[in-house]
Ligand binder design. Structure first.
Ligand code: NAD
Ligand code: UDX
Length: 454
């Protein structure tokens, strides 16, 4: 398709990735936010969060004047044929989705949108939200189409997920507009080799992720429901694996062996069956609670998702109890190294991080916690217990520790030579809350190993 002008509202994890890749495909792309710090980082050619490959793309797109950071609706929206909404949809205290930002962004944009332009909802919203946003647009006299186009990228692999997507889903009443949105993605796909090269990202070689992703057109409500359903199912898989892990703990089975064999059944698949300290992040916890709440609003109970949440919430406590049992109930004289504060590997994001939850539980129980994360130390600072010391390396955290707790699945931690634990620590306890450490190798040199379901 010919190059066009786009505004992406919200320069967060999703908005900034989307805007950058659209700009890299040649479209003039405004990235609009109210957060001046985030905008300033983009102007300097970098992202406010750590994500492999994104900085060279931002820098290139800024230098080419294809990516234009702005805080002005007036300067961006009226010139744009496409307006993407990527604002946050956090949870309310009761678990339901807080749509304040969604409606505020739509309201501000609607007054300024050009006739025949398209408003695209990328934020994760409860099914039925599009209907309500469309009512906002109905108040303006211009013809503006509305398309629901949920996002599936994962933090840590955001660029790869976008360039080599499994599927792009778009739904709306106006088929021509839906097709135009798909054309935008095709313009990104057609340049993916060049973009990946600039990002320094290898194309995924395994053909489990086929080179050809699917373009799926649905009705608007289906598109909205597809997004939350996918996340709910993935969360369910994790909680299922964690339930089996608890049984494995009582029986001497190894949950990694179990899930490798169970996941070899192609009907099931191995992905997202990694037991551990449970899921965190800016999506799963609030998307699951949002689904439960939106179903309840329509008179539908979702006990299966309530159970998944309940299991997930038990996991940090379950692991903390194992540590207490191994070190003695009084943790007050104990030094514990916590490796991993990001909610998952590959990102600096600490939203609902299980690693932080665990570090804080240990600190509140009197342990002296020395924490380290390769990317998330700074982000974590505001959320950690005041007694926790942040370290500049895992070696520093491990120094004289009675126990080490690995709480994020960073490859850097999986690669630690087991001797290093023995040489640096004064104690012998290795707690692997993400099941990435070789248990036999730990036990071979007389260290004690605690995993989850192993
Ligand atoms: P985020 O909080 O990082 O970013 C949202 C941005 O929107 C913020 O920078 C905020 O300042 C800005 N904003 C809020 N109101 C605004 C307004 N009226 N005008 C302009 N800017 C405004 O959120 P995120 O993680 O990028 O998630 C965005 C949406 O995408 C959510 O609905 C989320 O569920 C969904 N999602 C996130 C991911 C992910 O990996 N983070 C993946 C898929 C879908
Ligand atoms: C998720 C969805 O995967 C993505 O499609 C959606 O667009 C946004 O939400 P994200 O939150 O970035 O992505 O991370 P994800 O890789 O899904 O992991 C979420 C949490 O689950 C992390 O805390 C991770 O450590 C945990 N996890 C994941 C497990 O505990 N076990 C697993 O097997 C997989």
């Amino acid at each position: 398709m010919a190059n066009t002008t786009i505004t992406v509202i919200g320069a967060g994890y999703v908005g900034l990735t989307t805007a950058t890749l659209l700009a890299e495909a040649g479209h003039t792309t405004y990235v609009l936010d109210i957060n001046q710090q985030r905008l300033q980082a983009i102007k300097e050619g970098r992202s406010f969060f750590f994500e492999e490959g994104i900085n060279p793309l931002i820098k290139h797109a800024i230098d080419n004047k294809k990516l234009i950071p702005t805080d002005s609706y007036e300067d961006s929206i009226p010139h744009s044929q496409f307006v993407f909404s990527c604002v946050g949809t956090p949870d309310n205290p009761d678990g339901s989705s807080n749509l304040t930002y969604v409606f505020a962004a739509a309201e501000q944009a609607s007054r300024l949108m050009a006739a025949n332009s398209i408003y695209i909802q990328k934020s994760t919203v409860p099914v039925g939200t599009g209907e309500r946003v469309k009512e906002q647009f109905a108040k303006i006299k211009k013809k503006v189409a509305y398309v629901s186009n949920p996002e599936f990228l994962r933090e840590g692999t955001a660029i790869t997920d976008t360039l080599w997507f499994d599927r792009i889903v778009a739904g709306g009443n106006d088929k021509k507009s839906v097709s135009k949105v798909m054309d935008l993605y095709k313009s990104v796909e057609s340049r993916r080799a060049e973009i990946a090269k600039r990002a320094g990202i290898q194309s995924p070689k395994t053909d489990t992720k086929n080179d050809k992703g699917a373009y799926i057109i649905t009705n608007r409500n289906s598109a909205e429901l597809i997004k939350v359903t996918a996340n709910a199912f993935l969360a369910l898989k994790i909680s299922f694996a964690n339930s089996i892990a608890k049984l494995a703990d009582q029986t001497g089975a190894d949950v990694n062996e179990v899930m490798d064999a169970v996941g070899a059944d192609r009907r099931i698949g191995r992905a997202f069956l990694n037991a551990g300290r449970g899921y965190g992040g800016g999506c799963f916890p609030k998307d699951v609670s949002g689904l439960i709440a939106s179903a309840q609003e329509r008179g539908v109970d979702m006990p299966i998702m309530t159970a998944a949440t309940d299991v997930n919430e038990t996991m940090p406590g379950y692991i903390a109890e194992k540590i207490k049992k191994a070190l003695g109930d009084n943790l007050s004289q104990k030094r514990i190294a916590v490796l991993g504060l990001a909610f998952k590997a590959g990102t600096s994001d600490v939203r609902r991080s299980p690693g932080i939850k665990l570090a804080n539980v240990l600190a509140k129980n009197g342990a002296k916690v020395f924490a380290y994360d390769p990317q998330a130390n700074e982000e974590a600072r505001k959320d950690i217990h005041r007694s926790i010391e942040l370290c500049n390396s895992y070696e520093e955290a491990l120094q004289d520790a009675d126990a080490v707790l690995i709480s994020t699945e960073w490859p850097e931690f999986a690669a630690i030579k087991i001797d290093v634990f023995k040489n640096l620590m004064r104690g012998t306890l290795v707690v692997d809350a993400v099941n990435i450490i070789n248990k036999q190798a730990v036990e071979k040199i007389d260290l004690r190993h605690i995993g989850v379901g192993r």
